[in-house]
Design a protein. Structure first.
Length: 183
């Protein structure tokens, strides 16, 4: 019985032309490929908090590539420009239960400058260049909704620490624009 049903089905397909090519193939118009800009937020994770235009407004650098990662209570986003490795901007947001005294005692790095009007407590600092990359600028803060956030800028190898210091000041302004509650 199953064999007859199968044969009948094949007969219908063959007589209706399924599997056989009819007419000319579809031709696409010639032309340049269209470039579509995709926003950083489309990468998910902490990238949902970032916008390429807002980053450029605060850092004067245009980024156009974003990649996100999520592991446990931590969401991360890394943004770069397509045609270069440096600079690189990383945003990390972690759910936490620490309070301001714990942040000050355990998270605030030695030598960091305290920042006002950013979350419950915040800092900024610079780091030295390494063999692999230039100096870094970092802004970390304890957001009001029990989230620990950090923006980290990695400079090109040719940059000096003074450049990273100037970037750190601009990252504070960028950090004030981020709403970590929306994650």
């Amino acid at each position: 019985m199953h064999g007859r049903i199968w044969l009948a089905g094949m007969g219908v397909l063959l007589t209706t032309g399924c599997g056989a090519s009819q007419g000319d193939p579809v031709r696409l118009p010639a032309g340049e490929p269209v470039t579509v800009e995709v926003g950083a937020a489309s990468s998910g994770g902490a990238c949902r908090l970032l916008d390429f235009a807002v980053i450029e407004e605060h850092t004067e650098i245009r980024f156009d590539v974003a990649a996100a990662s999520e592991r446990g209570d931590t969401r991360t986003c890394v943004v770069r420009a397509t045609d270069t490795t440096w600079p690189e901007l990383t945003l990390t947001v972690t759910d936490t239960s620490i309070d301001v005294p714990t942040f000050t005692a355990d998270v605030l790095p030695d030598g960091a400058t305290k920042v006002s009007k950013l979350g419950q407590a915040a800092y900024r600092r610079t780091g030295a260049k390494t063999a692999k990359h230039g100096p870094t600028a970092e802004v970390g803060w304890l957001a009001a909704e029990d989230r620990l956030a950090m923006l980290r800028w990695t400079c090109p190898p040719a940059d000096d620490r003074a450049t990273a210091g100037a970037v750190a000041a601009r990252l504070v302004d960028l950090a004030r624009k981020l709403d970590t509650r929306s994650l």
